[in-house]
Design a protein around this ligand. Structure first.
Ligand code: PLP
Length: 452
């Protein structure tokens, strides 16, 4: 930090403050974690200075031999860790990984057959008229994903996202009574909509998914099954999700982030069957800029860590701790979506406290409990205010929290929520944003969490 301070002291100060905040608060954001010092240090090296567009052994720049080593090692560790046929470790983030996957599916399923039929080797050989026709064909494909309020991600066909604009999109939800995925309903929707791409995976669904069933459903209409395991990749790597719950043997393509439960650097990755590998390999420069070689190096280090036995213990603890947290909240009267969890996510419905998700999130933050507000199924408060708060166990499990600590976290959350009242607007009407937290509650909760 002294080196940084000698150039821009405010950045050094902000970095110190961030470390202090992350240490002092209870980090319960389900998509966050604490990467190891080895992973963090690997990101701060000279690989950051190197350009390496292209793929291993086939770069558009000279002098990429060391980047080739790094990218090959990251891919090798990823293949071994997940039992995947092919791994593409260049995506800069989860959204980028999904874009690579979408365009590889379009390249493999639409562009390839179109060129073959037109007896053309590649798009450079097309006349303007051909090109228009191919673009129409590419723009005329369908994608079905899980809706945002059921727990899906915006890249799964949500209209404001590019995935909802580049495809004709449709969404499946969860059972209105139980909040659980209803595979028969998904199958019926797939039969009716006939998507080219069926997306499975989630950001806020607190349950496991049967990917063997999802593959059967995709196969019923010849759809490509793409699973976005960004959230639960650590549970797959740590063999908590196996058999039908492991997406890798069932999906054509699996995308992920590397920084959530997987505990690596911020980044993304695509795993694919051999069939899709050539089109996935075109990710850069098809939709990606030059690879972040320093981050690919850190991915290799994180994957090597995840291949150790201790990571399996960690992943099992993440899932066990989520149960302890869910049980602790339910026994103290909080309603949870699906009445529990069997992954790393716990989704609170805070409407029982008379609060919006926004009010609950803010009150918890004031007490040093960092969470994020989240829609619940059919949320009457929409995606901005919401009625839910999403929490997760990956980060605090990395800090060594176990059953007793998570039961205590449930107690602290309950103290905050049950001592928070909705505020009023300047006009005196009920507010969905402002809140009033009881006197002394924040200090009491902060003191209790400092002891943990
Ligand atoms: N996919 C899922 C399921 C996610 O939950 C997220 C992030 O929250 C992403 C993709 C996007 O990841 P990133 O923020 O790295 O682009």
């Amino acid at each position: 930090l002294e080196v940084i301070a000698s150039v821009e002291p405010r950045i050094a100060d902000a970095t110190r403050a961030e470390l202090a905040d992350q240490r002092a608060s209870l980090k319960l954001i389900a998509s966050e974690n604490y990467a190891s010092p080895a992973v963090l240090m690997t990101m701060g090296t000279w690989f950051s200075d190197k350009y390496a567009e292209g793929t291993v052994g086939h770069r558009f720049y000279a002098g990429c031999q060391n980047v080739d080593t790094v990218e090959s090692l990251a891919a090798e560790h990823a293949r071994a860790l997940f039992g995947a046929e092919y791994a593409y470790v260049q995506p800069h983030s989860g959204i980028d990984a999904n874009l690579v996957a979408f365009w590889s599916i379009l390249a493999h399923r639409v562009e390839g057959p179109w060129l073959q039929k037109a007896e053309k080797k590649n798009v450079n050989e097309l006349t303007e008229e051909d090109w228009e026709s191919l673009r129409r064909e590419l723009g005329n494909q369908r994608l079905l994903g899980m809706s945002l309020d059921a727990g899906g991600h915006l890249t799964h066909g949500f209209r404001p996202n590019i995935s909802g604009k580049m495809f004709h999109q449709n969404q499946y939800g969860t059972d209105p009574e139980t909040g659980l995925l209803d595979y028969d309903a998904v199958a019926a929707k797939v039969k009716e909509f006939k998507p080219l791409v069926l997306v499975a995976g989630y950001s806020a669904y607190p349950r496991r998914v049967n990917f063997a069933k999802m593959r059967e459903i995709a196969d019923s209409v010849g759809a490509t099954l793409m699973v976005d395991m960004a959230h639960f990749a650590g549970l797959v790597a740590g063999k908590v999700f196996t058999g039908d719950e492991d997406p890798v043997p069932h999906a054509h393509l699996v995308t992920t982030t590397t920084h959530k439960s997987l505990r690596g650097p911020r980044g993304g990755m695509v795993l694919a069957t051999e069939e899709y590998a050539p089109s996935v390999d075109r990710g850069c420069p098809m939709v990606l800029g030059g690879p972040l070689s320093h981050v690919m190096a850190a991915k290799a280090v994180a994957f090597a860590e995840a291949r150790q036995d201790s990571f399996r213990t960690y992943a099992q603890n993440v899932a066990d701790n989520a149960k302890s947290l869910a049980d602790g909240l339910m026994k103290r009267g909080t309603k949870l979506v699906t009445d529990g969890t069997d992954n790393h996510i716990v989704l609170l419905d805070v409407s029982g406290y008379g609060l919006t998700g926004r009010q609950a999130e803010s009150a918890l933050l004031e007490a040093g409990v960092v969470t994020n507000r989240n829609s619940v199924p059919a949320d009457p408060n929409g995606a901005w205010y919401t009625s839910g708060v999403r929490i997760g166990t990956p980060a605090l499990t990395t800090r060594g929290f176990g059953h007793d600590e998570f039961d205590n976290v449930a107690e602290l959350i309950t103290q905050v929520l049950s001592n928070t009242q909705p505020g009023t607007t300047k006009a005196g009407t009920p507010s969905k944003a402002s809140y009033v937290l009881g006197d002394g509650v924040a200090d009491k909760v902060k003191a209790a969490s400092a002891e943990m």
